[in-house]
Design a protein around this ligand. Structure first.
Ligand SMILES: Cc1cc2nc3c(=O)[nH]c(=O)nc-3n(C[C@H](O)[C@H](O)[C@H](O)COP(=O)(O)O)c2cc1C
Length: 304
C-alpha cells in the first residue's frame, strides 16, 4: 500500500504473521528504465536478499501504461531480486489515471493484454506474473473481458479488489463478482476488499468462491489478522499492539527515515483505531506532537 506499507511495516507485520507473499508499493513506470536506486528506495529489503527480512517472499509491483517499458522494468525488478512481478491496474489516484496508468486501463482490455503479454515475453515462463484489478472503472461491463485478457496474455494469478474505481473505498465490497472470474478463468484468483477479521474473511471466501485472500487496510488495523484467519489465532490485545508500536518506533528511529517517524506512526494509528479504542485515545494524545521521545512516552503510557 503506497505510502503506508513500507519495508519497515512489512517487516513488522511479516514477523508476527504467516503471509504467503508481500507486494511492494508500486514503482511508477512511464517511458524509461527506472533507476535502480528508485527500486531500492521502495524495497530496500532487496539489498539484503529479496525477502521482507522474514521468510515471506517479496514481489515488486509495477504501474504503467507502455508495454515495452513495463517489460524492461520487469526484467530489472527480477534482476534485483523480486520474486515475480505484479502489475497494478487498480490505482484510482487522479494524477496516475490522468497519465493513463492504474485503474483507467480497465477501460482498455486490449492495452492490458499488451502490457501483460510484453512482460510475460520478457520474463519467460518460469517467473510468476500477477496482476491487480478492480471490477471496472465506472461500471463492471468490461470485467470479464479484462480477466480474460489477463489470462490469455499469460499471467499466473489475479488479485481482484471487488469495487470499481468509481466506488473508491466505500463499503461494501462486491465479492460475488469475483466468483464470476473464478468460474470463467483458470487463473489463480485472489479476493480483496473489506476483509477486517476472521468473520469477514469467511464471508468473502464464501461469496467469492476462492480461499486466496489479499489484505489491505485490515493488515494495519488488526496487526495479526493473517494468523487470525489462517490459524484461528486470537485478535491481538492492546498490550501486544503497544509492544509492536514500541518496536516500530525503535526500528524507525534506527533507520535512515526517522524524519517520517511521527507522520507514519499517526497514519498507522488511524488504521489501528478502527479496531482498538486505545489507539484512538493514543492518537488524540499525540496528534500535535512531533518530538519522538515524547511520542514514545505516550505509547508506553497508553494502557488506558
Ligand atoms: C493508502 C492506500 C494505499 C494503497 N496503495 C496500493 C498500492 O500501492 N498498490 C495496490 O495494488 N493497491 C494499493 N491500495 C489498495 C489496497 O491494496 C486494496 O486493494 C484496497 O485497500 C482494498 O482492500 P482492503 O479493503 O483490504 O483495504 C492502497 C490502498 C490504500 C488505502
Amino acid at each position: 500500500m503506497e505510502g503506508v506499507i513500507d519495508a519497515l511495516m512489512r517487516n513488522i507485520l511479516c514477523t508476527i504473521n504467516d503471509y504467503d507473499l508481500c507486494i511492494t508499493e508500486f514503482v511508477r513506470v512511464v517511458d524509461s528504465l527506472v533507476p535502480k536506486h528508485v527500486f531500492y528506495r521502495i524495497c530496500p529489503e532487496l539489498t539484503s536478499k529479496n525477502t521482507t527480512g522474514t521468510k515471506t517472499p517479496l514481489r515488486i509491483q509495477l504501474l504503467g501504461q507502455e508495454p515495452e517499458w513495463m517489460a524492461e522494468n520487469a526484467i530489472r525488478a527480477l534482476e534485483i531480486g523480486s520474486q515475480g512481478i505484479d502489475v497494478n491496474f487498480g490505482c484510482p489516484a487522479k494524477a496516475v489515471n490522468k497519465s493513463k496508468g492504474g485503474a483507467v486501463l480497465l477501460k482498455d482490455p486490449e492495452k492490458i493484454y499488451q502490457i501483460i503479454s510484453a512482460i510475460r515475453e520478457a520474463i519467460g515462463s518460469n517467473n510468476q506474473l500477477s496482476a491487480k484489478i478492480r471490477l471496472g472503472y465506472e461500471d463492471t461491463s468490461l470485467f470479464l473481458e479484462v480477466v480474460s485478457a489477463i489470462e490469455s496474455a499469460g499471467a499466473n494469478s489475479l488479485a481482484i479488489h471487488a469495487r470499481t474505481k468509481t466506488h473508491g473505498y466505500k463499503p461494501p465490497a462486491y465479492w460475488s463478482y469475483i466468483a464470476n472470474a473464478v468460474k470463467h478463468s483458470s487463473l489463480d484468483i485472489v479476493a480483496n476488499g473489506e476483509i477486517w477479521g476472521k468473520e469477514s474473511a469467511i464471508q468473502c471466501i464464501e461469496a467469492s468462491m476462492t480461499s486466496s485472500l489479499m489484505l489491505g487496510r485490515g493488515a494495519l488495523s488488526l496487526p495479526n489478522i493473517c494468523n487470525t484467519i489462517k490459524y484461528n489465532e486470537m485478535p491481538m490485545e492492546w498490550l501486544d499492539v503497544q509492544a509492536l508500536l514500541n518496536k516500530y518506533s525503535e526500528l524507525e528511529l534506527e533507520g535512515s527515515k526517522s524524519f517520517y517517524y511521527s507522520s507514519r506512526l499517526k497514519q498507522w494509528l488511524r488504521f489501528l483505531k478502527l479496531e482498538y479504542t486505545e489507539a484512538e485515545q493514543l492518537f488524540q494524545s499525540i496528534k500535535t506532537l512531533k518530538d519522538k521521545e515524547k511520542i514514545i512516552e505516550h505509547i508506553n503510557n497508553s494502557s488506558y
